[in-house]
Design a protein around this ligand. Sequence first.
Ligand code: ZN
Length: 293
Amino acid sequence: MPELIPKTLCSGHATRRRLLLALPGLVSLSAWARNAEHTVWPRASAVPGGVARLDLGPAASRPQALGDDDVPLLVVGDAISWTALVGIPLSATPGEALVRVRSGEEGRTLDNVAYTIAPKSYRTQRLKVAPGKVDLSAQDLARHERERAHQKEVMATFSAPPSGDLKMQAPTPGRRSGSFGLRRVFNGQSRNPHSGMDIAAATGTSVVSPLPATVIDAGDYFFNGRTVWLDHGGGLLSMMCHLSRIDVRVGERVQTGQHIAAVGATGRVTGPHLHWTVCLNRTAVDPALFLDV
Ligand code: ZN
């Protein structure tokens, strides 16, 4: 509620920063007030599977922000106002959370910035797939474990932060299921929650890059099928799965809207569609927060 924001919050960034550091609970109110003026991307949603936007105030150079386990966070903005974007894991416990911020100007000073994770409950989805994609053979299990270790390395990519708008283009046309975060039961057995957005499209439909990116991985994986990973910078990554065809190579630079692959039904699927995961600080977050719909 805007009338509850003290006037001093709007009277300058330096004042606001001191206040925010002293009263961390006001960070989300400040973000709300700014969102009311114009939409920012990604939209803030401080829930498990969402993105928190933390106002870090002014600084001559980009502050460094660290999340859990010292994982670097994406910091965007300019000298007038920096913002840390924090990907919140689907497994996060609602309540207070902290990030650590090191400001370039103030040398080694570490500030704790607190924010509150609100609860969000996700529905359960029951799916039927080929039995061999749920009860894995010893050989498939070994393959999956190798692939999981490789994926962890890919997810840790942290290159120069992106400049400009983080509003994304949908990677393929088609009906988007609101299935991010659903708790999944395959053939009656509980598995990890759904970590991306599924877009229904026929095999062969073009998949494009949602933002400028560098292709950092391409392969054919047990669960994900033919897959491409895109690095948008600063730990913001996209993963496109179940592709029928991959038309880019690792190391290639692509622009927003540029064709990279085609929709398919490879890996663990019930039919052709694009599975799109968006990662921030090694955490899968809801891709819908980056789309204008
Ligand atoms: Zn999916």
